[in-house]
Structures are given as C-alpha cells and as structure tokens.
Design a protein around this ligand. Structure first.
Ligand SMILES: NC(=O)c1ccc[n+]([C@@H]2O[C@H](COP(=O)([O-])OP(=O)(O)OC[C@H]3O[C@@H](n4cnc5c(N)ncnc54)[C@H](OP(=O)(O)O)[C@@H]3O)[C@@H](O)[C@H]2O)c1
Length: 316
C-alpha cells in the first residue's frame, strides 16, 4: 500500500494564478466543504457542488449560491447521474463525512463516476492524521479510509490525499486535552511526543490550492503547528495568561483499556465521532503512529499557518 513516507513529493508547485479550472465538490454543505468552496472561488475556480436531493433549500446551499457556486442535486446511488455531474471537471474533491455508507460506498460511486467521466484527478475525504500505516482495528474511522484507499489506488485516476493531523479547533472543547476549567493538560504516554494540528480554514485553503494544482503527488501532509503535550501546556498558558499543570493519567495501555471500556459502555456505533473513536484518534497521535513524517506546508507559500495559540486565544 502506498504511504506518505514512501511517496516522493513534487519539489515545487505552480504559482497561484486566477484559475479557469472546474472543480466538482462533494460534501460542499459541510463545515470543511463550505470553506473549500470559498477558497476555490477566491482562486477563481468554477465550482460545481454535488448536494443530496432536498439539500438545495438549506442555508448552506444559499451561501454556496451567493459565492457563485453551481449546485447539482445528485443521488449518490445513481452512477449515471453522478457521472453526468462530474463531466468536464479538472478535479473531484470529496469533503463527505460519514461511516461505511459514505466513506466507502458513496465515495466509491463518486470515484467510479469520476473515472467514467474522464476526470484526471480526485482528492478523497481523508483530512486526518496519517492513517496509512496504522494497525487494523486501532481506529474505526481510519479502517474505513484505508478500505476506500485500497479501491482508490486500483482506479485509473490520479489521487491526492491531504493529511493535516487534528483540526486545531478541536482543542477548544471536543478533544478533552486542554481543560480550561481546572487548568490541566490531560494526556497518556509521553508528554514530549510531537503531535500535528491544522485549522479547518488552513486545511480548506490548502485543499483548494491542491485541487487547482495538476502536479500534486499521492499524499500532501501539512501541519499548521507541531506541538507536544508540553508544548500545548505552554500555548495554553500564553493564550490565557494562566498556569496550566500537566495531568498524566497513565501510559498508552491505560488509554487502550479506557477505549475498550467506553466502547462497551457507550457503543454509539452509528455516530461518526463517538467518544471512544475520539479516544482512538488521541491514542493514534500520542503513540506517534499517526505522526506526519515530512511536511509539505511550503508548497503553497501564500498560505499563512494559524498557530495553536491563536486558536486557543479566540473566544468560542
Ligand atoms: N482532522 C480532524 O480533526 C477532523 C475533524 C473533523 C472532521 N474531519 C474530516 O473532515 C471531512 C469533512 O468533515 P466535516 O466536519 O466538514 O463534515 P460535515 O460538516 O458533517 O459535512 C459532511 C458533508 O457530507 C455530506 N453527507 C453526509 N452523509 C452523506 C451521504 N450519506 N451521502 C451524501 N452526502 C453526505 C453532508 O451533506 P448534507 O449537508 O446534505 O448533510 C455534508 O455536505 C471528513 O473527512 C471528516 O472526517 C477531520
């Protein structure tokens, strides 16, 4: 299987010019999709957003239209319709989010449609830490991505995955690492393990640039900031002006046991991000197994990378 560490990265990318490319964007009504659409439009691209039947009436659809995005209603079970929607595109970008029926099934039909329509490039909805080398079963959502990746790597189309670590915004609440109430930074394992963070906006900006860059390699890895747990402690202190203490709950084995117990007590298997999956994500990062190896931040030099401290300092 291809992995970011074994793939050469192109030395330089074309300089940004107003694009005349057409990009088909799946998942454009989602949090990341809306931002990608915005940055594609800023770069002058023609954007065709695929939306599910009925979604055209949503506020997100109205926002996309205001930005000059064309909306096409598609049924992801209908290959002919999807193929028609992909026709003439320079790149298909997926920002879909979901479990097997989305990440494997809907993306497979999107892939088949892109190939049938003769689209030269596709960017799947990966947008994560490096899942490519993780052991099967260590993260349910990453297992699904690798399953789709195996299909993608067999298809006659050039693919580029954007790997960006954890969205920095998650440190403001969803990822229970920096606790602003008791002023603690909670962790398992090694406080000096480097961890990758990128904001959703930076990820979207980079994805838009990559979608318009016909020379992208199989993987592009970015991190707005690489920080250890000790680094996050310093960032939290700088952002709030208060002292934060480290709280080591135990080793990674303890976190593994906690994941099993949480999964047994609160399975929530239909949720995309149940608490135990968030803990699996943390385990992958804290173990270093999902660490991005070489970073391609400099590929699009116009992007200014937002730091963890800036995100922590903003009011939520
Ligand atoms: N690295 C990180 O820390 C991190 C954190 C969060 C997310 N992500 C990743 O970022 C990507 C985008 O996530 P997001 O938070 O932007 O997701 P989101 O806001 O939930 O949006 C998901 C999009 O997928 C569409 N969708 C959902 N189910 C679908 C289905 N069955 N068929 C067709 N379309 C469907 C939704 O359409 P509707 O609007 O019609 O529902 C929406 O456009 C995902 O790969 C996600 O895993 C990464």
């Amino acid at each position: 299987m291809n992995s970011p560490s074994t793939q050469p990265t192109a030395a330089s990318a074309p300089s940004p010019t107003a694009s005349t490319a057409t990009i088909v964007l799946a998942g454009a009504t989602g949090a990341l999709g809306l931002l990608i659409a915005h940055h594609l439009r800023q770069r002058g691209a023609t954007v065709r957003a695929l939306v599910r039947p009925g979604a055209s009436a949503k506020a997100e659809a109205a926002s996309l239209r205001l930005q000059g995005v064309e909306l096409v209603e598609v049924d992801y079970a209908n290959l002919a319709q999807l193929t028609q929607a992909c026709t003439g595109a320079d790149c298909v970008v997926s920002a879909l989010s979901g479990l097997r029926e989305v990440i494997v099934d809907a993306q497979t039909r999107l892939l088949e449609a892109a190939v049938a329509a003769g689209v030269p490039r596709i960017i799947p909805s990966d947008f994560s830490a490096d899942f490519t080398q993780l052991p099967e079963g260590s993260n349910r959502n990453f297992d699904l991505r690798r399953e789709f990746q195996r299909r993608l790597d067999q298809a006659p189309i050039r693919a580029t995955s954007i790997l960006n670590g954890m969205f920095t915004e998650l440190l403001k609440g969803q990822a229970p690492v920096i606790l602003t109430g008791p002023r603690r930074v909670v962790y398992w394992g090694d406080a000096d393990q480097p961890l990758d963070f990128t904001t959703m906006v930076n990820t979207a900006e980079y994805t838009a640039a990559a979608a318009l860059d016909p020379t992208t390699p199989r993987y592009l890895c970015v991190a707005g900031e690489v920080a250890s747990i000790r680094g996050l402690q310093a960032e939290a202190e700088a952002a709030t002006g208060h002292k934060f203490k480290l709280l080591r709950v135990g080793g990674l084995g303890v976190l593994g046991t906690l994941i099993k117990a949480t999964k047994a007590l609160m399975p929530a298997n239909d949720e995309i991000f149940p608490p135990w999956q968030g803990m699996q994500y943390l385990h992958n990062m804290l173990s270093g197994q999902a660490k991005l190896r070489t970073l391609d931040n400099a590929r699009y030099p116009e992007i200014r990378w937002t730091q963890v401290r800036e995100v922590l300092a903003t009011k939520s």
